[in-house]
Design a protein. Structure first.
Length: 230
C-alpha cells in the first residue's frame, strides 16, 4: 500500500485529497481544495469569475467586474439591465481639497473616481452607484460631481446613508464626464453645501446688553433735554 498515493510529498493520512497532487487542504470544508478555491476561508464561496474580489454567489453580476476598492473606500456598480456588459475598469480615491469656495465646505477630502466601459451603445444605460466612503461625512453633506475644470456640481437625487453614497448615473447624461456612448467616467466627492452652513451670530453677554440699553436711554434723554432748551 502506497502511503502517498498522489506522490505530492504529503502522506495520505494528512492529505485531504490523497489522490490529487494539486491539493492537500480544504480549510473551509466546502469540498474544494484551497489551491482551487478562490475563497479558501469562506465555505459559501469558491469561484470569482470576474476577479473583482466578490464570490459568484454574492455577486449580482458574477461575470462582470463591478466592485473596486482603494484604501478604505469601496465601490459597487449595478447596471439596471440584467444583460448589461457595463463593467468597472478603474477606481481610485485621490486626495482633493475638502472645500470649494462659494460652493461647499467641510468635505471628506478625497474623490471617488471611477470609470465604466462595455456599456450599451444603442441606448444609454443607467447604472446604480454605491460608494462606501469608509467614514461618515459631516451632517448635512451632499454629493458633488468634480468636473475636469475643477467645478463642483451637486448631484441631485443622490443619498447618503451612514458612510454609503448612492445615486444613478446615466451614460452621457448630466453627470457623466465621458461623452462617448458606451463608457462613463464620474469623479465625486462629499461636502456640506455653502447654503447649508450655519454661521453663528455672536451676541453680547447680559452685562453688555444692559450697558447698550443704558447708553440708548441716555442718548434719548439727551435729545429730549436738548430740544427743550432750544
Amino acid at each position: 500500500m502506497d502511503p502517498d498515493d498522489d506522490n505530492d510529498g504529503v502522506l495520505d493520512l494528512y492529505d485531504y485529497f490523497p489522490e490529487d497532487p494539486n491539493e492537500i487542504a480544504d480549510t473551509d470544508g466546502d469540498g474544494v481544495g484551497d489551491n482551487a478555491d478562490a475563497f479558501p476561508n469562506n465555505s459559501s464561496e469558491t469561484i470569482d469569475s470576474d476577479g473583482d474580489g466578490i464570490g459568484d454567489n454574492e455577486d449580482d453580476f458574477p461575470s462582470l467586474s463591478n466592485h473596486g476598492s482603494d484604501r478604505s473606500v469601496t465601490i459597487r456598480t449595478k447596471p439596471i439591465a440584467n444583460s448589461s456588459g457595463c463593467g468597472l475598469v478603474d477606481f481610485n480615491a485621490p486626495t482633493i481639497a475638502s472645500k470649494k469656495f462659494g460652493v461647499a465646505s467641510d468635505g471628506i477630502g478625497f474623490a471617488a473616481n471611477f470609470s465604466l466601459s462595455g456599456c450599451a451603445t444603442n441606448t444609454p444605460e443607467i447604472v446604480d452607484i454605491y460608494i462606501d466612503l469608509g467614514m461618515v461625512p459631516a451632517k448635512g453633506s451632499k454629493v458633488f460631481k468634480v468636473r475636469d475644470n475643477g467645478d463642483w456640481v451637486e448631484i441631485k437625487g443622490a443619498t447618503i446613508k451612514g458612510s454609503v453614497v448612492h445615486y444613478s448615473l446615466l451614460d452621457n447624461g448630466e453627470y457623466d464626464l465621458n461623452r462617448i456612448i458606451g463608457a462613463m467616467r464620474d469623479p465625486v466627492t462629499v461636502a456640506i453645501p455653502v447654503a447649508s452652513v450655519v454661521i453663528p451670530i455672536k451676541t453680547l453677554p447680559p452685562l453688555g446688553l444692559l450697558i447698550l440699553v443704558l447708553l440708548s436711554m441716555l442718548i434719548g434723554l439727551r435729545k429730549i433735554l436738548t430740544s427743550n432748551f432750544k
